[in-house]
Design a protein. Structure first.
Length: 86
Protein backbone atom coordinates (compact mmCIF):
# COMPACT_ATOMS: atom_id res chain seq x y z
CA UNK A 1 0.00 0.00 0.00
CA UNK A 2 1.07 3.61 -0.38
CA UNK A 3 3.21 4.77 2.53
CA UNK A 4 0.61 7.37 3.58
CA UNK A 5 -2.12 4.80 4.21
CA UNK A 6 -2.51 2.92 7.50
CA UNK A 7 -1.84 -0.79 7.61
CA UNK A 8 -4.13 -3.37 9.17
CA UNK A 9 -2.83 -6.74 10.37
CA UNK A 10 -5.31 -9.52 11.08
CA UNK A 11 -5.05 -13.04 12.43
CA UNK A 12 -7.79 -15.21 10.90
CA UNK A 13 -8.26 -18.80 12.04
CA UNK A 14 -9.03 -21.34 9.32
CA UNK A 15 -12.74 -22.08 9.26
CA UNK A 16 -15.51 -23.20 6.90
CA UNK A 17 -17.37 -19.98 7.77
CA UNK A 18 -17.38 -17.95 4.51
CA UNK A 19 -15.57 -14.76 5.65
CA UNK A 20 -12.77 -16.74 7.32
CA UNK A 21 -12.59 -19.29 4.51
CA UNK A 22 -12.12 -16.49 1.95
CA UNK A 23 -9.12 -15.17 3.89
CA UNK A 24 -7.34 -18.48 3.25
CA UNK A 25 -8.33 -18.75 -0.43
CA UNK A 26 -6.51 -17.70 -3.61
CA UNK A 27 -8.83 -14.68 -3.78
CA UNK A 28 -7.17 -13.17 -0.71
CA UNK A 29 -3.90 -12.48 -2.52
CA UNK A 30 -1.90 -9.27 -1.94
CA UNK A 31 -3.67 -6.38 -3.66
CA UNK A 32 -7.16 -7.87 -3.26
CA UNK A 33 -9.80 -5.33 -2.23
CA UNK A 34 -11.25 -6.02 1.20
CA UNK A 35 -14.09 -4.27 2.99
CA UNK A 36 -13.62 -3.64 6.69
CA UNK A 37 -16.40 -3.00 9.17
CA UNK A 38 -15.59 -1.75 12.64
CA UNK A 39 -17.96 -1.28 15.48
CA UNK A 40 -18.49 -1.39 19.17
CA UNK A 41 -16.95 0.70 21.89
CA UNK A 42 -14.48 -1.67 23.49
CA UNK A 43 -11.59 0.53 24.51
CA UNK A 44 -9.57 1.98 27.36
CA UNK A 45 -8.59 5.63 27.51
CA UNK A 46 -6.37 6.74 30.40
CA UNK A 47 -7.62 10.33 30.14
CA UNK A 48 -11.27 9.25 30.31
CA UNK A 49 -11.01 6.17 32.56
CA UNK A 50 -8.43 7.50 34.99
CA UNK A 51 -4.73 6.96 35.37
CA UNK A 52 -3.58 3.57 36.57
CA UNK A 53 -0.35 2.02 37.77
CA UNK A 54 -1.27 -1.46 36.55
CA UNK A 55 -3.36 -2.47 33.54
CA UNK A 56 -4.51 -6.11 33.52
CA UNK A 57 -6.01 -7.40 30.26
CA UNK A 58 -7.65 -10.85 30.13
CA UNK A 59 -9.10 -12.45 26.99
CA UNK A 60 -9.43 -15.65 25.05
CA UNK A 61 -10.15 -16.62 21.47
CA UNK A 62 -10.92 -13.74 19.14
CA UNK A 63 -11.34 -11.50 22.20
CA UNK A 64 -7.57 -11.16 22.30
CA UNK A 65 -7.51 -8.79 19.30
CA UNK A 66 -9.01 -5.68 20.93
CA UNK A 67 -6.94 -6.25 24.07
CA UNK A 68 -3.78 -6.56 21.99
CA UNK A 69 -4.53 -3.15 20.46
CA UNK A 70 -5.17 -1.66 23.91
CA UNK A 71 -1.86 -3.08 25.19
CA UNK A 72 0.03 -1.67 22.20
CA UNK A 73 -1.49 1.79 22.72
CA UNK A 74 -0.84 1.73 26.48
CA UNK A 75 2.81 0.75 25.98
CA UNK A 76 3.37 3.29 23.18
CA UNK A 77 1.72 6.27 24.85
CA UNK A 78 3.23 8.60 27.40
CA UNK A 79 1.39 7.43 30.53
CA UNK A 80 3.61 8.44 33.47
CA UNK A 81 1.59 6.60 36.12
CA UNK A 82 1.43 3.29 34.20
CA UNK A 83 4.10 0.96 35.54
CA UNK A 84 2.89 -2.44 34.35
CA UNK A 85 0.73 -3.93 31.60
CA UNK A 86 -0.12 -7.64 31.96
Amino acid sequence: PPAGLPRLRLAVKRSAHPPAAWCHSDGAAPGARVGVKAGGSFDWDAARDGAAEHLLLVAGGIGINPLYSIAQAALAGPLPSLRRVS
